[in-house]
Design a protein around this ligand. Structure first.
Ligand SMILES: Cc1cc2nc3c(=O)[nH]c(=O)nc-3n(C[C@H](O)[C@H](O)[C@H](O)COP(=O)(O)OP(=O)(O)OC[C@H]3O[C@@H](n4cnc5c(N)ncnc54)[C@H](O)[C@@H]3O)c2cc1C
Length: 529
């Protein structure tokens, strides 16, 4: 017999990268939640190392992106086919062929700065520790060695049975659940949600080890396809003395065999190797056919398992999932928005995952594994994939089906459904990014004073506060048309930005009744009660 369940707003199952990111974002939006993780902490075997500038923008919104060291502006993740580190080096393999330096025109225009941040190269376990500290500092309830063994949802909430390490069990009830329980998600399976996609590619084995091999990183290459007749493997570093050798086979090797393979991949017998751990994992490409089942949401690998790739489409996609969902949960749990707002999570995030799935297999690293082309078969520009995948949902006004799935921010020019563009502005003597203007609220960006009155009127009568930013007055612009060009409006227009930094609606010019038009747009996009 259990005690009556404890109650919370959101139950997060899984305290790895995506569950911890959810903890950070839910804390930021002041949503009550509990994270349940069956293990005692991070996996000994870090997986991800590449975190994109877009991910850093999300952490910047929560005010702690400075915890992650930036890669240099000219950084690209370079991969070379080699005999061994010390042996012959063959050709370089580009992630996106169009970015090949060989093809770059000699008079290429300077690259547009799409983000206030560079990405970060940091091992997943180190990243998770930073997220854990950030969430804990915000008072998050993170419960390790707490395994969810049963899930039941009804019309009002979700109740889980939790087994603790000592065998004791208890019930926890939440209004909603976020399943960040990984690729083999038992929650997804329990809900009977199927997945689609390329499917299983292969089972891979890996060995994590420590060795002094930094001399081989001096040319700026950090990924190596080892190509010997009796050793085909992938070698890379976590840039902290740890390296991982991934075998593209499913053979179990003992310690001596592992060390021999590492020596062979390095091409030297005289290096000291400290074995840390080994891994066995399935390289798979599958996207869940739905990301929501009533009050339960799938996020991260539970929603989309994609093979490791240089676009960072794995962990980074999962982090963006929970960022998309956190403010919506806040809006609904606070009674401000109708629960239908939550349905836009699937509408917005599933197409992102599907496009990323397809883009992996049109690039050289995985082309050989493409079985039957589906969806988009052209290679999409990397900046468009990172900053410009379009959201289409009932929370976005004016993002029609005819629009492409992804474009670069300058090409979108403020299109509703795209992330608001970044450019630098001056505020109170400081240079900040436009992305820093949004904080955790709906924001209206405009130049014409009329919009200020419209927003103030709305704030007085609506259960929601719009932050007003009069561009050129509240913040200084480098050039008079920087704002209108980037947001695709005239100097009398306005752009309404959601709490997650996506443009929900814009008015290119000043309508005759801006107050009414703004109220209708906000009521629609925010699903106001
Ligand atoms: C070799 C490799 C390299 C990679 N490199 C990159 C990269 O550079 N960039 C990138 O973006 N992605 C990368 N990825 C992908 C990335 O590692 C994953 O996308 C990411 O770990 C997914 O995080 P997650 O939190 O969704 O799932 P997981 O990390 O799988 O975590 C799920 C968590 O849920 C817990 N859990 C499961 N069931 C329960 C339960 N019933 N109760 C309580 N807890 C439960 C598990 O213990 C686990 O901690 C890489 C992957 C691999 C394999």
């Amino acid at each position: 017999m259990y005690k009556p369940p404890e109650e919370t707003g959101v139950i997060v199952v899984g305290g790895s990268l995506v569950g911890l990111s959810a903890a950070v974002f839910l804390s930021f939006y002041r949503v009550p939640f509990v994270v349940l993780e069956r293990h005692s902490g991070s996996s000994l075997h870090p997986r991800a190392i590449g975190f994109t500038a877009r991910t850093m923008e999300l952490f910047r919104q929560c005010g702690f992106d400075d915890k992650f060291p930036e890669v240099s502006k000219s950084f690209t993740l370079r991969r070379v086919r080699v005999e061994s580190l010390a042996g012959k080096w063959f050709e370089e393999i580009n992630w996106t062929e169009r970015d090949s330096p060989k093809e770059a025109p000699t008079t290429a225009p300077p690259k547009i700065e799409y983000s206030p941040r560079q990405g970060a190269g940091i091992a997943q376990d180190t990243m998770e520790e930073i997220l854990r500290q950030q969430a804990t500092a915000c008072g998050a309830d993170l419960r390790y060695k707490h395994k969810v063994t049963r899930v039941a949802q009804d019309t009002d909430g979700v109740t889980v049975t939790v087994a603790k390490d000592d065998g004791a069990e208890y019930l926890l009830r939440g209004s909603y659940m976020l399943a960040a329980d990984g690729s083999r998600s038992s929650i997804r399976e329990g809900l009977g949600i199927k997945r689609s996609g390329r499917g299983s590619i292969q089972v891979a084995r890996s060995v994590l080890f420590r060795a002094s091999l930094d001399e081989y990183l001096q040319k700026g290459v950090s990924q190596f396809n080892i190509d010997q007749s009796d050793l085909k493997a992938f070698l890379t570093t976590y840039s902290d003395g740890r390296w991982v050798l991934i075998f593209i086979d499913d053979i179990e090797r003992n310690e001596d065999e592992l060390k021999a393979a590492i020596h062979q991949a390095v091409g030297r017998m005289d290096i000291d190797i400290e074995l840390i751990t080994t891994g066995r994992w399935e390289m798979t490409a599958l996207v869940a056919n739905q990301f929501q089942a009533d009050r339960i949401f799938l996020a991260g690998d539970a929603a989309h398992a994609l093979p490791p790739n240089r676009g960072g489409y794995g962990a980074n996609t999962g982090i963006a999932d929970v960022h998309n969902l956190a403010w919506k949960l806040k809006a609904v749990l606070s009674g401000q928005s109708k629960p239908e707002l939550l349905e836009t999570y699937d509408d917005e995030r599933r197409p992102v995952a599907l496009l990323r799935h397809d883009q992996i297999f049109v690039r050289s690293d995985y082309k050989a594994h493409l079985v039957s082309p589906s969806g988009e078969t052209d290679v999409i520009d990397d900046d468009a994939m990172e900053f410009g995948q379009l959201y289409r949902s009932q929370s976005i006004l004016g993002a029609g089906k005819d629009l492409p799935k992804a474009r670069r921010p300058d090409e979108w020019a403020g299109q509703p459904g795209s992330r608001a563009p970044h450019f630098w502005v001056r505020q109170q003597g400081k240079t900040i990014s436009t992305l820093d203007l949004f904080e955790d609220k709906w924001s209206l960006l405009f130049q014409n004073e009329e919009w200020k009155h419209a927003a103030l009127q709305l704030n007085a009568s609506f259960p929601i506060t719009i932050r007003q930013v009069q561009m050129g007055i509240d913040v200084g612009l480098s050039e008079s048309d920087t704002f209108t060009k980037a947001f695709g409006i005239s100097s009398s227009g306005a752009s309404l930005v959601r709490p997650d930094g996506y443009i929900a609606w814009r008015s290119v010019d000043l309508p005759s009744t801006p107050g009414d038009v703004l109220r209708d747009a906000l009521a629609h996009a925010a699903f106001l009660v």
